[in-house]
Design a protein around this ligand. Sequence first.
Ligand code: ZN
Length: 135
Amino acid sequence: MSRITTLEVVTRQRTELVDITAGIRRLAAGSGIREGVAHIFAPHTTAAITINENADPTVVRDILAALERLVPQRGDYRHGEGNSDAHIKASLLGSSLTVLISGGDLLLGTWQGIFFCEFDGPRKRKVWVSFTDSG
Ligand code: ZN
């Protein structure tokens, strides 16, 4: 059985990682799924989804700083919208994740959190989550 739910994400800065672990966990609980898989997908071309440490906030700061060094906002870009760096960063991190569900909860490592990665905010965004029951 599979169902698709939507998580709304409001971003407040141009570039930002928003911890959506609790939101995904809430959707998983609401789905009633015990054993299975969550497919998490960001339907955007200037935003991404990633998993990384959510215990120490300096990790998120360092990821954003490193991405900015790698793909600066201003550069030799042709795309007329002026947000080429956001498109490139989105492709580097990717638009989807698969997370296992066991015992009705997300199966994440101790320090892992799920982040919505905004690269051209602030905006109202969404994340689609599909739960597939294997129990
Ligand atoms: Zn663009």
